[in-house]
Write a protein that binds this ligand. Structure first.
Ligand SMILES: Cc1cc2nc3c(=O)[nH]c(=O)nc-3n(C[C@H](O)[C@H](O)[C@H](O)COP(=O)(O)O)c2cc1C
Length: 182
């Protein structure tokens, strides 16, 4: 089975994943994001380009993605490098979001400290007024990232903890597959 087929059998849009990044100081950090699209090039999610995760990515584009499906006892770990998606791709996705989500993207300086909930509500009100009866553009500080994978580890639970693990790694555009000890 080709890797593309294997991947498309595993992932679907709307899968949640754990994204782990490393800060300039070397501190790891993980958080959940929503997988928006997955294609031959990689895995795409959207976020604020000034958030903590984005600051980490600017310093170090090597990240890890983790998917876990508890009901089928399956885990997939992916490592690779992150690239920004094109402005057009971000704008196209932004257009599909609800007006309230668009306003939220403008109002939220993601990961920064807010002094009170009222301050944030005031920002929502400000952008709601600003864009009343207008098309809401995609903020330049908001958009997508694409993870270009360089390794996949597929883990499937088996009885007596004799789990199956397969690692795919790429070198010179060729994927190598190895079975790992559980
Ligand atoms: C179910 C779920 C889905 C989420 N999806 C996203 C997402 O797609 N993009 C995003 O920026 N944050 C998403 N978040 C919020 C992040 O986990 C995180 O709180 C936020 O991005 C700030 O992270 P940072 O400070 O490390 O940058 C989601 C959280 C949860 C629990």
């Amino acid at each position: 089975m080709g890797l593309t087929v294997l991947i498309s059998n595993f992932f679907s849009e709307k899968s949640l994943l754990v994204l782990s990044t490393i800060s300039k100081e070397g501190t790891p950090s993980s958080r959940i994001v929503l997988l928006k699209t997955m294609d031959k090039q990689g895995f795409v999610f959207f976020t604020n380009y000034k958030s903590n995760k984005s600051l980490d990515i600017q310093e170090n584009p090597n990240v890890s993605l983790l998917f876990y499906w508890p009901l089928i006892e399956r885990q997939v770990r992916i490592t690779g490098k992150i690239e920004k998606v094109s402005l057009e791709e971000s704008q196209n996705y932004f257009k599909t979001r609800s007006r309230k989500s668009k306003i939220g993207a403008w109002a939220s300086k993601q990961s920064s400290v807010i002094h009170s909930k009222k301050d944030f509500q005031d920002q929502i009100a400000r952008y709601t007024k600003k864009y009343k009866n207008k098309t809401i553009p995609c903020p330049l500080f908001w958009g997508g990232y694409r993870l270009i994978p360089s390794s996949f580890e597929f883990w499937q639970a088996r009885v007596n903890r004799l789990h199956d693990r397969f690692i795919y790694t790429i070198k010179n555009k060729t994927w190598t597959i190895n079975r790992l000890s559980p």
